[in-house]
Design a protein around this ligand. Structure first.
Ligand code: CAA
Length: 246
């Protein structure tokens, strides 16, 4: 298989780490961004111990200038970015009638505006080279809504609107654009949900358990593969049956 350069935003998080590892296992060169240097260096050392050599670039995905600098640095270090996984995301949960403009803005900036900032920096190169894979990591809650997540659900649903438009614009140029929508996966983000709330959510999952980050990374690897060239503009739900529909 062809070795390509992949940029995974928020790669040091739970799902992000699994995606970085899986893409490296597929033979790709993988980079991710970071904001907190100390945390990122510790992560990189842990990854080295696990046998992975990931490139770290400093940059906040909410800033268009940082996104530009980040992508240029990856290009300089590893080469042109052919695979972009828009994975960086945060939660600032709270019922909407109490939600501050800060809670709203932080989530929209980090989860949705970041997608513009980073993708804008790689799309022209992909179009020139006539090959690309762009994947948005959305959420079950962008699809079904969630009590306390008006901000998060709006951003996550917006990511798929972006996917289906970009997929149309770039379909003839060998670039596929897809969304992966994880359900509740055992990461720090989900573990931060109060225990009694989490227990109720988990009880609603037909498979009877939370997902594993590797189960999301598997889908990303599938969509990145050369053989997935005719899958574009689609959303892949991976949620243990928590939300089914068609
Ligand atoms: N459905 C209906 N009612 C609900 C409810 C639900 N799902 N959740 C809470 N309520 C009710 C409570 O029973 C309570 O009712 P009473 O006042 O009548 O007792 C009331 O709402 C509490 O409301 P408050 O506004 O006072 O809320 P709170 O400050 O207690 O906290 C919350 C609300 C922050 C939303 C909290 O319920 C929570 O953290 N929920 C989890 C949200 C969630 O699923 N986040 C996912 C994070 S992980 C992730 O996002 C990854 C991914 O993609 C899946």
């Amino acid at each position: 298989m062809t070795t390509r350069v992949a940029l995974v935003t928020g790669g040091t998080g739970g799902i992000g780490t699994a995606i970085c590892k899986r893409l490296a296992d597929q033979g790709h060169k993988v980079a991710t961004n970071y904001r907190n240097e100390e945390k990122a260096k510790a992560w990189q050392a842990q990854m080295k111990a696990d046998g992975y050599d990931f490139t770290l670039v400093k940059g906040d995905v909410t800033s268009p200038e940082d996104a530009e600098a980040m992508v240029r640095e990856v290009e300089k270090t590893l080469g042109p970015v052919d695979i972009l996984i828009n994975n960086a995301g945060i939660t600032r949960d709270g019922t909407f009638h109490k939600m501050s403009a800060g809670q709203w803005g932080d989530v929209i900036n980090t989860n949705l505006n970041s997608v513009y900032n980073v993708t804008r920096q790689v799309i022209e190169g992909m179009r020139d080279r006539k090959w690309g894979r762009i994947i948005q990591i959305s959420s079950i809650n962008g699809l079904k809504g969630q009590y306390g997540q008006a901000n998060y659900a709006a951003a996550k649903a917006g990511m798929h609107g972006f996917t289906i438009s970009l997929a149309r614009e770039n379909a003839k140029l060998g670039i596929t654009v897809n969304t992966v929508s994880p359900g509740y996966v055992a990461t720090d983000m989900v573990m931060a949900v109060p225990e009694e709330v989490r227990a109720k959510i988990a009880a609603d999952i037909p498979t009877g358990r939370l997902g594993k980050p590797e189960e999301i990374a598997y889908a990303v690897a599938f969509l990145v593969d050369d053989q997935a060239a005719w899958i574009t503009g689609s959303n892949l739900d991976i949620n243990g049956g928590h939300h089914m529909g068609w």
